[in-house]
Design a protein around this ligand. Sequence first.
Ligand SMILES: Nc1nc2c(c(=O)[nH]1)N[C@H]1C(S)=C(S)[C@@H](COP(=O)(O)OP(=O)(O)OC[C@H]3O[C@@H](n4cnc5c(N)ncnc54)[C@H](O)[C@@H]3O)O[C@H]1N2
Ligand code: MOO
Length: 429
Amino acid sequence: MKTIAQIAAQLQGYDPQALSADGVNAFLAQLVDPVLEVEEVGIFEALGRVLAQDVVSPVSVPPHDNSAMDGYAFDSSQLRTDAPLALEVVGTALAGKAWQGTVRLGQCVKIMTGAIMPAGLDTVVPQEFVTVDGPAIAIPPKLLQPGDNRRLKGEDLHEGTPALRRGERLLPAACGLVASLGLPTVPVWRKLRVAYFSTGDEILSLGQAPREGAVYDSNRYTVFGLLTRLGCEVIDMGVVRDEPALLEAAFTEAASKADAIITSGGVSVGEADYTRAMMKQLGDVEFWRIAMRPGRPMAVGRIASTGPGRAGGAILFGLPGNPVAVMVTFLAFVRPALLQMMGARPEAMPLLKAISAQALRKKPGRTEYQRGIVSRAQDGSLVVQTTGNQGSGVLSSMVQANGLIVLHHAQGNVAAGDAVDVLMFEGAV
Ligand SMILES: Nc1nc2c(c(=O)[nH]1)N[C@H]1C(S)=C(S)[C@@H](COP(=O)(O)OP(=O)(O)OC[C@H]3O[C@@H](n4cnc5c(N)ncnc54)[C@H](O)[C@@H]3O)O[C@H]1N2
Ligand code: MOO
């Protein structure tokens, strides 16, 4: 476990007052460790969890050569390119049962999708392509190649080989694949526990009466959604007022229960702000100014645990208060760090290339994230358009967006028609 000072000393050109977005990720990758406690869970419960060991296939899938179509199985050595092939139907192979008869040249077997290929037969003609004449069928010439419509034993998975690797996030396809091996349970890392609260005296909890100068807490709900989708166990600690005793109690409780703590607000330089002081007092915490927009101020470090919490303390992500800055810093920095803590293989969110529908002003020397909606133009290319007011407190333009246009650190102004990178945050969890 490295202290903030040790990590800072190792990173070239580290300046907490002017950190690049890449520099933040490099720092966090050093700060966090995976929580490696294994548990065995049923497959329904495994959705979104991270595999703790390779899953080696105990069987081949499919277990036999079988038909991919409803049709007729036959020996393809008889196929001719100049004339139809006439075959006598001598039986029917149903899914789930092996057909036991023997098939001679000039004969075929009616077969259902998934049924085992009878011995000696290698090709299936779908039933809609044959003409049936009493007990015989005719297959048109030039329709089929040998092996068509036959699925080979083990073409999905081979017995004894790893079907899934440790570190894989078990998404719906992976859950189905585990089940296809006949395995009722899988070893996964325990869920990451993440506590979160909002800070600030002007923040109202839902149910409180509105008052002048106050706004309702939206950040907790966004953070809840982002964490839940990532598969974390969430510990909601409400809104904490800007009072030292309350903040101390909240941080101490969070550190004793959780692997990571996410707060929003109180990390800038405001006057009536005890949040920063309390973070510093209770842990090894650094306050950054990041060369980005939105999401400039952010605190990171560890909050010491006095109880049965994580050895070395809980990782702190002190996000800025502005609602869009919360979401952007989460997607850009917190998400990859949490995945690393979850024992997952690093998987960046997909960056698409899309054509910017408009000119965008951009200063080199900082990373900008603009809310955008990607859609398909008439010629099939992807086009991205910003979704209105880009203020860091404006959530409605985030709601209209399906991605963030990422204007990279060194990039300058973008002209209409230029290709830009877009980080898709909807449709990819
Ligand atoms: N002199 C400077 N002032 C500011 C700087 C700076 O560098 N120098 N940075 C600005 C930036 S960028 C941001 S972001 C904010 C961050 O400040 P804090 O993290 O201390 O956040 P607050 O001041 O508490 O809140 C900012 C803003 O967000 C609203 N907010 C806060 N929490 C919530 C919540 N849970 N739900 C909804 N909205 C919330 C809050 O009302 C404020 O409007 O500092 C700038 N200033
Ligand atoms: O973090 Mo602030 O504007 O960049 O919202």
